[in-house]
Each structure stands twice: as structure tokens, then as C-alpha cells.
Write a protein that binds this ligand. Structure first.
Ligand SMILES: Cc1cc2nc3c(=O)[nH]c(=O)nc-3n(C[C@H](O)[C@H](O)[C@H](O)COP(=O)(O)OP(=O)(O)OC[C@H]3O[C@@H](n4cnc5c(N)ncnc54)[C@H](O)[C@@H]3O)c2cc1C
Length: 394
């Protein structure tokens, strides 16, 4: 539903209090020890994902007619924020929320009926999103994975990298080129989106290999060699995939930034508790302004980022363009959480390095937001070019 911009209103306090309380209750069963233990084994948080699914939170964006709770994007952002503010990590399962926009807005009724109820109940996992490739990187329109129509099928060849959770997912939303770059008018034309069934493909042209990383994010490399998939797996129209993915990327930026806000809240709460408690030179270290100020500054930055993200979510819900706010919110949230993380690490002194405090784990995890799903430079170039009208640099 489209509303005039002046009717947009955003809640500035703790919105969705019942959701926040409910998510905190679920997360209370998954303390730091659970996450440390998983990371040591590079294991997937199956029990955590099951608990979130059972409580209905992962189906927040799926319409009620398909078994979900049909909530707005802001509600999903609150869920992810609270997961991170509780010291947990939604990275294991957030993709089904942010890929949802592409399926909901551009998938056919048959596709929605076929997949959404299973995703809402947890029987089907849509956790993999294959865009990034090793050679083209952020220059998405140069991606080389090809999907060629052959009768009732598409035949896929190519490679993806950093595809998170592909070994823990049944379905993958895949971006591939259907018309060669030299045959399209605009370089963003000729790309298509597929909802690929990983279970059908494994061993028949689809190979997925784990990629060891700094955080326990279940990253993989994905190889396609003459993988044949039904043409029905195409989402929307052939060649329009880049536009569909861009739509979804604004939702992704808003949702992932909510995780960054949640992390920032966790760091600040943890810092304040520690600096008020820890006594050195016979006084709490928080009494030193050099210790206190970085924590205070990060808190102010977090609140500012949060407000822009709330505006982004409100614009998204109202059907208004939200790319400016989604990008600015992503930039500010990723930096606010990093400043909160640095303050937290620093105020813990040597104990910041002790795994049992969880500070070093969260510090590593929150660093990701400046790089994925989009790096800071690329957001700045969006603001410079699209919002301020300066020349495109690439
Ligand atoms: C843990 C993890 C999980 C991920 N999960 C997924 C996933 O599930 N699915 C998926 O598709 N991808 C995923 N990614 C990939 C992620 O989205 C990319 O790593 C990210 O978008 C950056 O792309 P790149 O690594 O190719 O960097 P590059 O494009 O090679 O860029 C490298 C650096 O150069 C800078 N740079 C490049 N070009 C310019 C320019 N013109 N001007 C200024 N600076 C420039 C960038 O800002 C960046 O800092 C994941 C990555 C990580 C680390």
C-alpha cells in the first residue's frame, strides 16, 4: 500500500515489546557457552534455529495465507536486533527473511504455494543466497555463472563463493546470467533469479565445499557443472533478475543492520556492566572519562543509526523508495557497532581476549557488517553518486 511520505510515522521507543520479550525468552536458553561450543566444532546452531522456527519468529514475513505471521519488515528487524542484543547470532537463519522479499514480490502463486508453507513450518530451509563470485566480486553484473535454457530446463555452469549456509539449506536463491553481457543493452539486463533445490542437485552437477572463515558463518564455495534444473524454478521473468535482487537487497540491508544495532546494544550493555564493576587504582574504571566516553559515543551513534533504519523500514512498508535510508542506515549501523565493539574490547583489558567473556567472539562477528552484505566503500559511492549527484567512479 503506497502512502504519501508525510504520513510516515516511526515509533521511537521500544517498538514491538511483546516480540522483544518473546525473542529474549527464546535466546535465554542459548547463552554464550552454547555459541562458543558450536564455534569450536564449526557446528550449525540447529537447536537454536529449531526454537526460533517453533516460536514462529522465522516466519514473520511469510503471509498468513502461506502459514507465516505476515508481519512488516520492521517486526523482522526487531526480531534480529533482539537476537543479537541477547548475545546470540542470527547469521545461521536470517537469509530466509531477506530472500523472502524476492520470492514474495516476484514469485508465482504456484511457487509460493509450493515453498512458503514448508519454510514457515521449518520443514524447508531457504537459507542460501548465491550472488557473490570469486572473480567479479562487488561488480555483480559481471558475474559469470550462466544459466542456459534447454527445453523445460536450465543448464547451469559457474561458481559462487561465500555462499553462507548452503550446506544447511534445502533451497538456494541463485543469481545467474541468462543472456551474455555483450548481447544486452544495459549490463544489469540478462540476469535471472532461480529458486534452486539443493537436495535435487547435489552430486548431479552441484558441489558445495565449506570455506573456513574468521567467524562461524557456515560459508561455502558452490560449483555448478552442467546442473540441470526445471525451468519452473525461474523466479519472475527471465532477464529481470537484477532488479528483483536489488529490491530484496534493500530489505537485506535493513535487516542485517538491525543485527548490527543489536550487537552494538550487547557491547554497550556488557561494557557498562564491566566498567562499573571492575576496580583498578581503587575506583571503578568507568569513572575514567577516557574509558567512559568511547562507550557513550558509540551509544549515541547506535541510536542515530537506529532511527534512520526505522525510517527505512517505514518507507519499505509504505511502498516508497527506501534505498537511500537502507544504505545510510547500513553504513551508520556497521560503524556504530564497530565503535561499540572496540570500546568493549578495550575496556575489558586482557579479559577482552578471554573466550569465556564472549567479547572477542562478538567483536569478530560484528566486523563483518562493514564488508557484507555490501562493503562501506560501495555504500559511500551510492550516497555520493545517487543521493548527492557526484560523478560515478566505476
Ligand atoms: C562471512 C561472509 C558471508 C557472506 N555470505 C554471503 C552470501 O551468503 N551470499 C553472497 O552472495 N555473498 C556473501 N558474502 C560475500 C559478501 O557479500 C562480499 O564479500 C562483499 O559484498 C564484498 O565483495 P568481495 O568480497 O568480492 O570484495 P571486492 O568486490 O573484491 O572488494 C574488495 C574491497 O575493495 C573495495 N572496492 C571494490 N571496488 C571498489 C570501488 N570501485 N571503489 C571503492 N572501493 C572498491 C570494496 O569496498 C572492498 O573493501 C559473504 C561474505 C562473508 C565474508
Amino acid at each position: 500500500m503506497t502512502q504519501p511520505a508525510e504520513l510516515l510515522s516511526i515509533e521511537t521507543g521500544e517498538d514491538y515489546p511483546e516480540i522483544r520479550e518473546g525473542v529474549r525468552r527464546v535466546c535465554a536458553d542459548f547463552p554464550g557457552e552454547y555459541w562458543r561450543n558450536l564455534e569450536a566444532r564449526e557446528a550449525y546452531p540447529t537447536e537454536f534455529v529449531k526454537a526460533l522456527t517453533a516460536s514462529g519468529y522465522l516466519g514473520a514475513l511469510i503471509p498468513e495465507e502461506f502459514g507465516g505471521s505476515g508481519m512488516p519488515l520492521r517486526a523482522a528487524a526487531v526480531i534480529l536486533e533482539e537476537i543479537h542484543a541477547s548475545g546470540c547470532n542470527a547469521g545461521a537463519c536470517h537469509a530466509q527473511m531477506y530472500t523472502m522479499g524476492t520470492v514474495l514480490r516476484h514469485g508465482s502463486l504456484e511457487q509460493k504455494q509450493k515453498y512458503l508453507p514448508g519454510i514457515a513450518s521449518g520443514e524447508l530451509r531457504l537459507q542460501a543466497f548465491g550472488v557473490t563470485e570469486p572473480t567479479s566480486g562487488t561488480d555483480t553484473t559481471k558475474l559469470k555463472t550462466r544459466a542456459v535454457r534447454d527445453g523445460d530446463s536450465y543448464v547451469i555452469n559457474g561458481q559462487k563463493v561465500w555462499t553462507s549456509r548452503a550446506l544447511h539449506s534445502d533451497l538456494m536463491l541463485l543469481l545467474a546470467r541468462t543472456t551474455p553481457l555483450d548481447q544486452v543493452k544495459k549490463k544489469s539486463d540478462g540476469l535471472s533469479v532461480f529458486l534452486l533445490d539443493i537436495r535435487d542437485g547435489l552430486g548431479k552437477g552441484l558441489d558445495i565445499r565449506p570455506l573456513k572463515a574468521m567467524v562461524n558463518h557456515h560459508a561455502t564455495e558452490v560449483f555448478f557443472e552442467n546442473l540441470r534444473i526445471p525451468a519452473d524454478n525461474l523466479i519472475g521473468e527471465e532477464g529481470k533478475g537484477f532488479k528483483y535482487i536489488l529490491d530484496g537487497m534493500n530489505a537485506e540491508r535493513i535487516l542485517v543492520s538491525a543485527e548490527a544495532i543489536g550487537d552494538a546494544r550487547w557491547f554497550t550493555k556488557t561494557s557498562v556492566a564491566y566498567v562499573n564493576e571492575r576496580k583498578v587504582f581503587d575506583r571503578p574504571i568507568g569513572q575514567n572519562q577516557s574509558v567512559q566516553f568511547p562507550i557513550a559515543r558509540a551509544h549515541a551513534e547506535t541510536d542515530a543509526a537506529d532511527l534512520i533504519l526505522r525510517r527505512a523500514a517505514a518507507r519499505f512498508a509504505a511502498g516508497l523508495p527506501c534505498g537511500d535510508d537502507a544504505n545510510m542506515g547500513k553504513l551508520l549501523a556497521s560503524e556504530a557497532t564497530w565503535h561499540a565493539a572496540e570500546a568493549c574490547m578495550q575496556c575489558h583489558g586482557g579479559f577482552g581476549f578471554a573466550k569465556e567473556y564472549d567479547v572477542e567472539r562478538k567483536w569478530r562477528e560484528t566486523r563483518l557488517f562493514q564488508i557484507a552484505p555490501i562493503s562501506t566503500n560501495l555504500v559511500l559511492s551510492y550516497i555520493g553518486e545517487h543521493m548527492l549527484g557526484m560523478p560515478r567512479s566505476f
